[in-house]
Structure formats: C-alpha cells, structure tokens
Ligand binder design. Structure first.
Ligand SMILES: Cc1cc2nc3c(=O)[nH]c(=O)nc-3n(C[C@H](O)[C@H](O)[C@H](O)COP(=O)(O)OP(=O)(O)OC[C@H]3O[C@@H](n4cnc5c(N)ncnc54)[C@H](O)[C@@H]3O)c2cc1C
Length: 323
C-alpha cells in the first residue's frame, strides 16, 4: 500500500520537526497525527513532555498506516497503552508515539469460554463485563488501570494471578506490517515481563481463556471484594504508576522501603506513599525529574540498608541523563 498525507513541509521547515499545532491526516485512512502532543495527558503519573508526533489509531489499518508513515519519515516509534506503567521524561519523546487505547473490540465466545479482545480494551471494564456474564477468571484484574496491550506486554498480575495464566494467544503487528499470532511460550513470560518489552511489535489483539457458567452474583461479589481490598490498601487517590519496583524474592519492595524509613519521603511534588511504600505519588505539580530522583534515592537508600538494588517495574521513556 502506498500512503501519502496532506501535509507538505515548506522550504523553511526542517523534516520531521512539527512547526504547527494542527494535526496532519494520513490520506489513506484519515487518521490524525498530532504534533507536539503533551504526554502528561496520556500517562497515569500526569507527567512527561510532548511527543514530537502522536496518534491514536481506532483501527488496525490506522496503526499500519502510521507505521508506514513513521518509516517513510525515518522516525522512531514508541508504543503506549493507557500509560499506567510509564515515566516519560520532561523532555518528551522524539518520533511518533502510537497510543493503542482506542483499538476496541470485545467478543465473549460461550462455546469455548474464550474472550477475544482488541489491545485498547481497559482491564477493569473487561473484569466487570466478564462478571456480569458469570464468567470467572478476571476478577483479580479489576484494579489494574491498563489496557490489554500493556497487560500482555507487562504480564500484569495481582493476587497471585497474572495474564500468563489466562492468555491463549496474542496477535502482534511488526513495523513491517507482518501480523503474527504468538503463544504464551513464545512470549517467554516471567514475573511482570515478556519478550515484547524489548521488542518493536504492537499487540493488537489477545485471546484469554475464562471459565463461564458461574453465578453472576458470586463473580460480581468477588470482583467487588478485590476492588475494595485494593482501594483500602493502595493509594488510588493521586496520580501514580502503581508499584514502582519489582518485588525481590525474600521481601516485598514495599516492606524494604518502609523498613528503610522512606514512607512519606518527598522530592519536589513526588512522594513515597504513606499507605503503600512501593507507590510514588504525584502530589500536585510533580515533574518526571522529581519522580526519577525519588526513584533513585529509594534505590540508593534501600541498597545501603539491605545490599540489594531494587529494580524498577515502571518503564522509563526518554532522556533522564540530565536529572
Ligand atoms: C493505581 C495503579 C495500580 C496498578 N496496579 C497494578 C497491579 O496490581 N498489577 C500490575 O501488574 N500492574 C499494576 N499497575 C501498572 C499498570 O497498570 C500495568 O502494568 C498495566 O498492564 C499497564 O498497561 P498500560 O496499557 O497502561 O501500558 P503502558 O503503561 O502504556 O505501557 C506499558 C508497556 O507496554 C507497552 N505497550 C503498551 N501497549 C502496547 C501495545 N498495544 N503493543 C505493544 N506494546 C505496548 C509500552 O511500550 C510499555 O513498554 C498499576 C498502575 C496503577 C496506576
């Protein structure tokens, strides 16, 4: 497919550097691509500078067209779902950010008990939709504010369950347009990670095996209890990325941070949460640099006390060397 777009650089414009606030439109699909798009709007931390270009495809064709455009322009591509596990640099990101949260489609197949969903579907909404049908298996996901795409990449999990337990397959799109169906084995799942984290392919769809035929009221009750448990033990009232660090084997990261006396520690507008020490909160006006400095401070202090370096679970995007 050949693509063109109705935007031509004037002689004074440098290639790829947006000089307008108006979007350009991919002529094949009509999908807009926005210049200098503030990524703070797309991340749960509510921080981060602008994307040089940003698009929100609603269909796979839009995504494919965006990838072709980025390739033709020589732009790097960044993948973003609900932005609930990301720390984006205050300096923003060069290239094209493609946010898949608007790729939506859900199909519950009663014969197989399988749920087939597009990458942009929101996990809490799916957990409630499954509960309303009396399908068990997704109750644990109700408090995870991410999309299916991000969850498949991160192997999201809670309450001793995770995506790898349910996934039948994931449909992924390569930058060269190739669509593949990958099994959990091919995704090399481990604790909060998959091989797609260090990959350039997009998750566009996933299939999960659930258990139909339960009493709706029971599944709804369990889902409600999971949500309640999280809301009372975790700070949902301020912007965050959930758990900042992966849990090491002997102790939880939250316990180690709490024992180091860091609850409530603040840098700029960023604070180690009082309610759960593995959360860092944007208490208003935090920058990505504040959060980054606090992450580094926590790592240093915990290492000094416990001779153990905490590994971030949050994915950091962009430049932080200047911090
Ligand atoms: C309050 C709160 C509570 C949380 N609780 C939990 C929890 O209990 N358990 C847990 O595991 N996580 C938790 N998280 C973290 C986060 O919600 C999960 O990691 C979630 O799976 C991330 O999904 P996302 O769509 O937001 O992905 P993003 O944060 O947008 O991206 C995460 C990674 O996936 C990649 N990605 C996103 N979409 C795609 C796609 N379509 N194709 C390819 N790559 C893609 C990104 O490049 C990035 O590397 C919590 C976060 C918050 C804010």
């Amino acid at each position: 497919m050949t693509l063109s777009y109705n935007w031509l650089p004037t002689p004074t414009q440098t290639r790829n550097v947006p000089v307008t606030t108006s979007p350009i439109y991919l002529s094949e699909t009509g999908c807009p691509i926005y210049p200098q798009y503030p990524l703070a709007k797309l991340t749960s931390f509510k921080v981060g500078g602008p994307a040089q270009w940003c698009m929100n495809p609603k269909r796979i064709e839009d995504l494919q067209a965006g990838l072709i455009w980025a390739d033709a322009e020589g732009l790097p591509v960044t993948r973003l779902g609900a932005g609930s596990n990301l720390l984006v640099s205050d300096r923003g990101l060069s290239g094209l950010v493609i946010c898949t949260r608007h790729l939506r489609h859900t199909h519950f197949d009663p014969d197989s008990g399988q749920l087939s969903v597009a990458a942009g579907e929101y996990l809490p909404r799916l957990a409630w939709a499954a509960a309303d049908l009396g399908w068990s298996g997704l109750e644990w996901a109700v408090g995870i504010p991410g999309t299916v795409g991000g969850a498949v990449v991160m192997n999201a999990g809670a309450h001793r369950s995770c995506i790898a337990d349910l996934l039948v397959n994931a449909h992924v799109l390569s930058p060269n347009g190739k669509l593949e169906i990958l099994t959990p084995e091919e995704l090399a799942y481990r604790y909060r990670t998959s091989m797609l984290q260090s990959d350039s392919r997009f998750v566009v769809r996933a299939t999960f095996q659930l258990k139909p035929g339960y009493n709706r009221a029971d599944v709804r009750k369990l889902t409600r209890e999971q949500m309640h448990k999280r809301r009372t033990s975790q700070p949902y009232h301020r912007p965050s990325c959930g758990s900042v660090f992966r849990n090491p084997t002997a102790h939880t990261a939250g316990w180690l941070i709490e024992q180091t006396g860091l609850k409530g520690h603040t840098i700029g507008g960023a604070q180690v949460a009082e309610r759960h020490a593995n959360f860092i909160l944007n208490c208003g006006g935090a920058t990505a640099s504040d959060i980054f400095r606090l992450i580094r401070h926590v790592q240093e202090q915990v290492e000094r006390n416990w001779q153990l370096r905490l590994e971030p679970e949050v994915r950091m995007l962009g430049e932080f060397q200047h911090v």
